[in-house]
Structures are given as C-alpha cells and as structure tokens.
Design a protein around this ligand. Structure first.
Ligand code: 5GP
Length: 197
C-alpha cells in the first residue's frame, strides 16, 4: 500500500489550529504537505484558490459527491460544503509526503476511521468558548451572524474531543506548537502495518 502518514487537526473555528498546522508545515524533517480541501464557500480575505482551498460552486461540489470523488465531505455550515478529494491525497502521497489536514471534527474522525493505523487525529481545544468568541471577533473576517453560527457549532464540536487520539489545549501558543511538533514527529517515526482502503 502506498502513502505516508495522515495527520488530522480538527477543532472549532478560531481555536488556533490553522496556526499550528502552518507551523508544522514549516518543519522540513516532518515532510508534511497540506491537503487542500474543496469548498463551496466564497474566498475570505486574501485566500488563494489552489492554496487555501479549491473554490468551486455548489453545483460542482454536488457533482463530485455523485462521482464518489471524496474521501470525506461535510456541509460544515448551512449551504457551505467542504471536502477532501481522493485525488488530492493521492497527489501528495505520490510526492512521497505525509499529509496534514485542517478539517472539521466529523471529517477528521471519518479519516481516522478509514485509516486507523496511519492516521494521527488531534483535537485543538480553545481555553473556553468565550475566548473563542473574542478571537473570532478580533479576526474581523466575518459578520456577527456568521460568528454566532460558528460559536453555536463550537460547543457541539468540543463534545467530540475525547474521540481524538490527542487533545492539545491552546491556552499558550508557544507550548501548543511545541506539543504538536513532538506529537507529530513521534507518530511519523513509528512503523505502521499496511492498511488497504
Ligand atoms: P473555514 O470556513 O473557517 O475555512 O472552515 C470552516 C471549517 O471547515 C473548519 O473547521 C475547517 O477546518 C473545516 N474544513 C475545511 N476543509 C474541510 C474538509 O475538507 N472537510 C471537512 N469535513 N471540513 C473541512
């Protein structure tokens, strides 16, 4: 069976997981590459197509669902679809990389279930829902209505934390980055038994 390891980082929006994932990607010995997801939501801020996401229409997204192109997909927020294409993971595996994912809790657990041996699933926990609200407001990229939608979902997502291999509490970013690096380095150096899809 081909392919490197799969490293899943899941967390409520605003918990700092993207910062952690970016930090890990910069550590060359980890040999990580980012799985670029497909989404039907509009680009935010200076997000780039093909780097942050592949931005497509809802129609195109539904066509991918019908064609069984997804390893996993979710309607994370109402009318906002997100998914990981098989072709994306295969592309990165063909490059000899370990693949890192920044995806929602349901998608993250789905990948872990599909590849239990080769996946490390990590939940990044914000110090509190109040702190999350402050971070999302400071980010100033979304309307109050959208922020409220993300906060409502965060409480539900927090309840899934015990199902992950590890929980990193992000109350001190420097500590969280160090913990993530140690965790991923340890997992990547472990042998895995082969797993067929
Ligand atoms: P955002 O709109 O803030 O970029 O992402 C919203 C949520 O969707 C985040 O929790 C993000 O990690 C998640 N997400 C991004 N890509 C995927 C994906 O391919 N699959 C799933 N299930 N969730 C994703």
């Amino acid at each position: 069976m081909k392919g490197g390891k799969l490293i899943v980082f899941s967390a409520p929006s605003g918990s700092g997981k993207t910062t952690i994932v970016r930090h890990l990607l910069a550590q060359e010995p980890l040999n990580l590459a980012f799985s670029v997801s497909v989404t039907s939501r509009a680009p935010r801020g200076d997000e780039k197509d093909g780097e942050d996401y592949y931005f497509i229409s809802t129609e195109e997204f539904k066509k991918h669902i019908r064609n069984n192109d997804f390893l996993e997909w979710e309607e994370v927020y109402r009318d906002n679809f997100y998914g990981t294409l098989h072709s994306e993971v295969n592309r990165l595996w063909d490059e000899g990389k370990n693949v890192i994912f920044d995806i929602d809790v349901v998608g993250g657990l789905r990948i872990k279930k599909k590849y239990p041996e080769k996946t490390l699933s990590v939940f990044v926990e914000p110090p509190s829902v109040d702190e999350l609200k402050i971070r999302l407001k400071n980010r100033k990229t979304e309307s109050d209505e959208k922020i409220d939608m993300r906060i409502a979902k965060a409480s539900i997502e927090m309840a899934t934390a015990p199902q992950f291999d590890h929980i990193i509490v992000n109350d001190n970013l420097e500590k969280a980055l160090e913990e993530a690096e140690d965790l991923v380095a340890g997992f990547i150096s472990e042998e895995t038994h082969s797993e067929e899809e």
